[in-house]
Ligand binder design. Sequence first.
Ligand code: PGA
Length: 238
Amino acid sequence: MNILKFDQESTWVEGIVTFWRDRLLHNPALKMCLPTGLTPNQAYAEMARCCKKGQLSFSKTSIYLLDEYGGLSATDPGKSFNMLKERLINHIDLPKDKFHFLNTEATKLDEECKGYETAIGGRFDLVLLGIGLNGHLGLNEPGSEIESGVRKVRLAPSSRESCQRYLKHNQLPEWGLTIGLKQLLAAKEVWLLANGGKKAEIIERTVRGEISNQLPASLLRNHPKCFLFVDGEAGSRL
Ligand code: PGA
């Protein structure tokens, strides 16, 4: 795991965007898996701004949404689909049919998950991830199997509580659909993003603790091309 520690949040965002622009330059048809949550929002805003100015393009790329919460209405702003659209997709030149996502309303969720795996096909070129306070990646909670694929999962209590930040009501989701550790760990390149003091402890455990699926983010230390981007606060215990 390559650790990139930035003094400030603004330079942390700049660092992510600089790397991202470089990857797009080298491979305009980048196949990406992208998260929602609060962590990537500033980088998304900056990428959207660069795209509007013609400094980069998503026109040949494809984007797969990392996960989705179940039990929320389709228009709920807390749905991952709505968050990513609002933060990134609506502002870039990605062709409509190149944005892929999981439908939690599907009548047969098993088939929905299998179909998503098929749509993903081979390895991702690039996976961006935030980290949960319990070390989860996407909705791969502690204890998830390393070989787990796209599937329905029950949210851990701390992940349910974290969702509150995205919602305007208090009906917290109990389950979701997620891309599995198998697809995440098979990616050609993975970036783990963390900012703010609340993430300092889990980042320290991710980097220094035991490598175990009890802390899914620690598994990235075995990945051949993983970058951890931390700002000064999230990296303060490293
Ligand atoms: P956050 O969520 O980016 O809103 O902190 C990260 C996560 O729980 O995976």
